[in-house]
Design a protein around this ligand. Structure first.
Ligand SMILES: [Cu+2]
Length: 382
């Protein structure tokens, strides 16, 4: 009875094992392995990984072979009197020395690669990378170029309202651009909590720690777009701060830098220029007519009970800070949306306009808002 039960058990166990192993037979084994990446260093890292892997396989095979052979060859039946080699010094020395030699043999190539990875000599291009909750800032130290790179995946994709795109959660509004064939050094730090800058194709994974600067470098020969992400659990949107690096030929890179510089200069001119009240009013009226009249009406009178009047509004008369904040953040749960997508100049102009027009200037403090104040508001508070 027991015999029959155990035979059945054996049979079901074998079936279970076969059943569990089927996916392994169909698996794409190479998809499970580490990827090679596209730089010399990433290839070296891959080769090292394979070398160590095969050494482990060989050691495993040897140890298990000896073990299974012993279990088979030295059963009590075949070998009733056990051999006595307790405290065999030769054997003990051998099994201390051999693993030691194997470890040294593995450490030599590994250290060579590590030394290369930790070379923190300046690059041809040096980029400061700063992690913020939840975006990356890139500052090109030689070129006065600086920008934030934000996730650009549509919220509707995230909430499953529309199908997910090809680069779901792996796309940004502004890519880091670097030239092919040049040594690029990244100086990685963070502004709030610990993040980690991970770009598998370059074999770079470096912690971004507030108050510290960690370095990493790469030379990429193949132009293309490479994607990575933050790999340090850094808060609720940790999964929403991808990294996208675009590698281009040198002339395209020079063009890009030029463009970026021009943009920065233009913005600086617009925001540092001394705007007169008249200039701001003129622009502000246009912005108002396009964006605000539908609710606050042409004379700023609003619609009683639905849209507040801006004429005589406490905020428009006396509270400049709140005025900026309302435009930037909107009012939760009300029809008043955030207008932070307008430019700094447009925002300053429309706020100035509503503080000055319709007799507001005479009734209130008449303060104007210049674009610089909007820039300051947007600057992350450190
Ligand atoms: Cu992060």
């Amino acid at each position: 009875m027991f015999f029959k039960f155990s035979r059945n058990l054996n049979k079901s166990l074998s079936l279970l094992v076969i059943f569990l192993a089927t996916p392994l037979l169909n698996a794409d084994w190479f998809a499970l392995n580490m990827t090679r990446g596209i730089t010399d260093i990433s290839n070296e890292v891959f080769e090292l990984h394979m070398l160590i892997f095969w050494i482990c396989v060989a050691i495993g095979a040897l140890v298990f072979a000896v073990m299974f052979y012993s279990m088979w060859a030295h059963t009590k039946k075949k070998n009733p009197v056990p051999a006595k080699f307790h405290e065999n010094h030769k054997l003990e020395i051998a099994w201390t020395i051999i693993p030691f030699l194997i470890l040294i043999a593995m450490a030599i190539p590994a250290s060579k690669t590590l030394v290369k990875i930790y070379d923190d000599e300046a690059g041809d291009i040096n980029i400061q990378v700063t992690g913020y909750q939840w975006k990356w800032q890139y500052r090109y130290l030689e070129d006065d170029v600086s920008f934030f790179s934000n996730l650009s995946t549509d919220l509707d994709e995230i909430y499953n309202l529309v199908p997910k795109g090809e680069n779901y959660l792996q796309e940004v509004d502004e890519m880091v651009v670097i030239p092919a064939g040049k040594k690029v050094r990244f100086l990685i730090t963070a502004n709030d909590v610990i993040h980690s800058w991970w770009m598998p194709a370059f074999a770079i994974k470096q912690d971004a720690i507030p108050g510290f600067v960690n370095t990493a470098w790469t030379v990429v020969d193949t132009p293309g777009i490479y994607r990575g992400k933050c790999t340090e659990l850094c808060g609720k949107n940790h999964g929403f701060m991808p990294i996208v690096v675009k590698v281009v030929e040198q002339d395209e890179y020079d063009l890009w830098v030029d463009n970026k510089r021009q943009e920065a200069i233009k913005l600086a001119e617009l925001t540092t220029k001394d705007w007169s009240t008249e200039e701001l009013m003129e622009r502000g009226q246009t912005v108002y007519e396009v964006n605000c009249v539908a609710c606050h009406q042409t004379e700023g009178q609003g619609i009683a009970g639905i849209f507040p009047a801006l004429v005589g509004s406490e905020i428009a008369l006396y509270d400049k800070e709140r005025h900026i904040e309302i435009l930037m953040e909107g009012v939760q749960g009300a029809a008043m949306n955030s207008f932070d997508y307008l430019s700094e100049v447009e925002l300053a102009a429309v706020i100035t306009y509503s503080r000055q027009a319709w007799g507001n200037a005479e009734k209130g403090d008449g303060e104007i808002v210049v674009p610089k104040e909007i820039v300051d508001y947007k600057e992350p508070k450190i």
